[in-house]
Structure formats: structure tokens, C-alpha cells
Design a protein around this ligand. Structure first.
Ligand SMILES: Nc1nc2c(ncn2[C@@H]2O[C@H](COP(=O)(O)OP(=O)(O)O)[C@@H](O)[C@H]2O)c(=O)[nH]1
Ligand SMILES: [Mg+2]
Length: 469
């Protein structure tokens, strides 16, 4: 596979309230970019992103997965997160390694409880945000209501760059307000562009004007031009939009129907064209490995190596898979690095770029890229990797504290130790649950993010370690 330089990479996380279509949208983007030639579905358990047995059985995502699309000359890394609040820790990890949060909105329900918590995380993380109104083909869906709901919650900087024309069953038309064209989609999600018909022209022109005004308002020089000329020229609009998104002054709103691949190609195009590059933060900032002083490396290939592990998962027949983002420098396969969180040398063997469970070998990952390594010995979720000769400790991932607890007991006497080992390994994969022992009651206590979360952990314990509690 071709090596992608930092400026050719875009990183997005798909986040939202549960069952808004994130995994389906990831699938649609793979399809639109011709990485796959048939779309899998949630109902058949055939998507690239939800490939764990537990996810196929339950028909929803439990674990973050990483896919990538090649779009024109760009590589777009897509981190698909689970939507249930039980797995909010996955979104915390994901948002920390991407520049842009693509927040999916249900075209029937508008902003939901889960949207609010995800938005707060993205805001805290200073992610750029793009809204994608999905499910536009559902009965009772409404573009206008969804947009009002987004603007009520997040202000007038949330502005449509597309209009969903015929929401509801049979949805197949989008107006692109950047090019001022009507897009009509066929059954394979392929769009044909045509002139905007007369009866939609007023609506389209008014929406484009609001959009241009919103972009002008983000910058004094643009505002001046806008007042003088009554509009913005294409080039000013483009750079104004890029800057507005980067600085979180503009939250563009796009639309679609993921399961029909409507809008997925346009989303890829938009991300490639307007969303920030991995140098949005010009430097990787951390401390020395004692947690003292400030250490900064340029977020480019020329900087010294820094990378963070945002997820580890043990896969059958493979061992532990370590997902990491390179923040500065370059990571090469078959090299020695230093785990500054644990003060230990670590050997990097093969490096991969991922598409769900499919791995592709790469010789190196450039600053800004996201990929995976296998069989690291002492490296766990949240750890920093750097060079021994030039150390940095990146800020830890701020995982949420557990909210519920339950006592567990071995089903078979004598398996206590096996259970303790299993739980300790699972905790290293997923720091959002913890295991403690109540000294008075001599009970093992499992604390996590919700019943579903604990249920998933207990099932993993059985599957991977063959012990029941
Ligand atoms: N009609 C329709 N169904 C969708 C669309 N997107 C997702 N779905 C369905 O909604 C359910 C949840 O989708 P999923 O991708 O798992 O959502 P996630 O939980 O956000 O990842 C599945 O049954 C999908 O087939 C869409 O645009 N239109
Ligand atoms: Mg999902």
C-alpha cells in the first residue's frame, strides 16, 4: 500500500446516540470509495466494522473499530464507535485520536440524549464537528425539524451545506449548496447532478445565502468583503469554510441515508476537501516521562516520534491488537520504541492499516496516521510510545469513572485465580471497568459503565478464559 503523508490524511470518528447508523455509514463509505463492491448490513451481520461475534449477535457495536477509505489522493481514517452510553469510554478514546467528530443525527428524532453527551466530549476535546442527518429515508423524517433541533442545541454556526429534498420513503434527492446542483441517487447510491428545478430554487438560494453569511461571520476580513460584494467568491468561501470548521465556528450539516449509500460519497468528498489535516494541533504536547516539564514535538514527519495507544483488543488466532495514532514523527515496523508510560522498551513488529478485521501491512505510519500493531509485550490502552533517546509522555486518556458495581463469584470453586487474571487483562484493554476486592466480605467487585457493559465483560471472560461467574 502507498504511504500517505501527513497532509494527505484525514481522521474522523463516527459518533452519535445509539442506532443512528454509524456502522452503516462506515460501510457505505467503504462502498462509495470502492474498497468493497457490495454493502454488508447490520441485520445480516456482514458489515466490516461490526465483526466481533458479540456485535453480530446483538446487532450493535460494542467495540471501536477502524476502517480507512482512499478518496482521490487522500486517506480517510474512520473510527466507528459504539453509541450506547455503556461504551462511552470507546468514544472518549476515539475522539482523542481524530481531528473531526462526525456526529450523526436521526432525521426522525433530532438531537437525542446521546447526542448531547457526545457533543460535550467533542467540545472538551476541541474536535471539529460535522453533523450528518441520517435516516432521511425513514417515515416521519424531516430535514427542517432535524436542522432546527441541531441549531437550537448548537447555535447558528451549525449550518446546512446540503438540503435533503424528499425525506421519507423513496428519499433520493439532495441539493448541494456548495455547487448549487441537485443530486439524484439511483439504487446503488450513485448520484447524477442536474440544475436545481424552478420550484426548489428559492429555497436553495436562501439556504446558500444563510450558509455564506455564516461563513462570513467567522472572520472580520470575510465579513467586510461580504458587505461590499453581497456574497463571497468561491475561493474565499472555501478557505473560510475550512478555517471555520477547523476553529469550531462552523458545524456543517450534511444529509443522507446510510443503508442506501445516499450521501456517503458526498461526505467523503467533503471531509477530504474541507476537514482539518492532522496538523490541526501543530505540536504533540506532553511532559517528560516523570510527568514533569513540558515537551513538544512538531506534529510532522520531521518531529520526534510520539504515538498513543487508544485501544487494545485481544483477537482470536492473533493475540493482542494495539490500535495507535502517531502524533509526531514516524513509526516504522520492526523497530524498537520506548513505552514512556511504563518505562519499558517495546519492540514494534509488523504495522498495519485496518479495515475492520482486515489488516494490510505497511512499512511505516506517518505523523497523523492511525493503524495497529500486534504482539506488543507491555503496552496497554492509554500508553505513550516514543524514542528512548527523546522521551515524551502524552496526556492520559480521560476515561470516565464507573457508575455501577456488582459482586461476582466463580461458578466453579478453584477458578478464582483464572478469573482474576482474565479480569486484569480485560481491564488493561478497557480501563472503563475496574475490579476490586472487598476486604471485609472477601468479594470480587466489578464496576463499570452500565449493566450492558458488565454483561459484555462477563461474556468475554467466559469466551476468552473459559471461566464462568
Ligand atoms: N432506513 C434506514 N435504516 C438505516 C439507515 N442507517 C442505518 N439503518 C438501520 O438502523 C439500524 C442501526 O444502524 P447501525 O449502523 O447499527 O447504527 P449505529 O448503532 O449508529 O452504528 C440498523 O438496522 C440499520 O440497518 C438509514 O439511513 N436508513
Ligand atoms: Mg454501530
Amino acid at each position: 500500500m502507498k504511504e500517505y503523508s501527513t497532509d494527505m490524511i484525514r481522521n474522523i470518528a463516527l459518533v452519535s446516540h445509539a442506532t443512528t447508523g454509524k456502522t452503516s455509514l462506515a460501510e457505505a463509505m467503504l462502498y462509495s470509495s470502492k474498497q468493497i463492491n457490495r454493502m454488508g448490513s447490520i441485520d445480516d451481520g456482514t458489515t466490516a466494522s461490526d465483526y466481533h461475534e458479540d456485535e453480530i449477535d446483538r446487532k450493535f457495536s460494542i467495540s471501536t473499530s477502524l476502517i480507512h477509505c482512499l478518496w482521490n489522493d487522500k486517506k480517510i481514517n474512520i473510527v466507528d464507535t459504539p453509541g450506547y452510553s455503556d461504551f462511552i469510554g470507546e468514544a472518549v478514546g476515539a475522539l482523542g485520536v481524530v481531528e473531526t467528530a462526525v456526529i450523526l443525527i436521526n432525521a426522525v428524532a433530532g438531537v437525542e440524549v446521546g447526542t448531547e453527551s457526545i457533543y460535550k466530549l467533542a467540545e472538551k476535546n476541541k474536535n471539529s464537528c460535522v453533523f450528518f442527518i441520517n435516516l432521511c429515508d425513514r417515515e416521519h423524517s424531516s430535514f427542517e425539524n432535524a436542522v432546527s433541533s441541531i441549531q437550537e442545541s448548537y447555535g447558528a454556526g451549525a449550518i446546512p451545506v446540503q438540503i435533503a429534498v424528499n425525506c421519507g420513503e423513496g428519499f433520493n434527492k439532495i441539493i448541494d449548496l456548495l455547487r448549487m446542483k441537485l443530486l439524484t441517487f439511483d439504487d446503488n447510491g450513485k448520484a447524477t447532478a442536474s440544475n436545481i428545478p424552478g420550484d426548489l430554487q428559492d429555497q436553495a438560494e436562501a439556504a446558500r445565502e444563510s450558509f455564506i453569511e455564516a461563513v462570513a461571520e467567522t472572520d472580520d476580513a470575510l465579513m467586510e468583503k461580504f458587505f461590499e460584494e453581497g456574497t463571497l467568491q468561491t475561493e474565499d468561501l472555501k478557505t473560510g469554510l475550512q478555517k471555520g470548521i477547523e476553529e469550531s465556528k462552523i458545524y456543517p450539516i450534511l444529509v443522507g441515508a446510510a443503508t442506501k449509500a445516499i450521501g456517503s460519497e458526498q461526505l467523503l468528498e467533503f471531509v477530504a476537501e474541507y476537514c482539518p489535516t492532522p496538523t490541526k494541533n501543530a505540536e504533540a504536547v506532553g511532559t517528560n516521562s516523570n510527568g514533569e516539564g513540558e515537551v513538544k514535538f512538531p506534529a510532522t514527519k520531521e518531529g520526534s516520534l510520539s504515538a498513543q495507544v487508544f485501544k487494545t483488543v485481544s483477537e482470536q488466532h492473533l493475540g493482542e491488537l494495539t490500535y495507535l495514532r502517531v502524533f509526531s514523527g514516524e513509526m516504522h515496523s520492526s523497530t524498537e520504541v520506548f513505552n514512556s508510560s511504563r518505562n519499558k522498551a517495546e519492540k514494534i513488529g509488523q504495522l498495519y492499516v485496518m479495515s475492520g478485521k482486515k489488516r494490510t501491512d505497511v512499512p511505516a505510519l506517518a505523523a497523523g496516521d492511525i493503524g495497529a500493531a500486534v504482539k506488543l509485550k507491555d503496552t496497554h490502552t492509554g500508553n505513550t510510545l516514543c524514542l528512548k533517546s527523546n522521551q515524551i509522555l502524552l496526556p492520559p486518556i480521560d476515561f470516565p469513572d464507573p457508575v455501577i458495581r456488582t459482586a461476582i463469584e466463580a461458578k466453579t470453586k478453584g477458578e478464582e485465580e483464572k478469573i482474576a487474571t482474565g479480569l486484569s487483562t480485560l481491564h488493561e484493554e478497557d480501563p472503563t471497568f475496574i475490579v476490586t476486592v472487598d476486604p471485609e466480605l472477601h468479594q470480587t467487585i466489578l464496576s463499570g459503565q452500565g449493566e450492558l457493559h458488565l454483561d459484555v465483560i462477563v461474556r468475554k471472560l467466559t469466551e476468552k478464559y473459559g471461566t464462568e461467574v
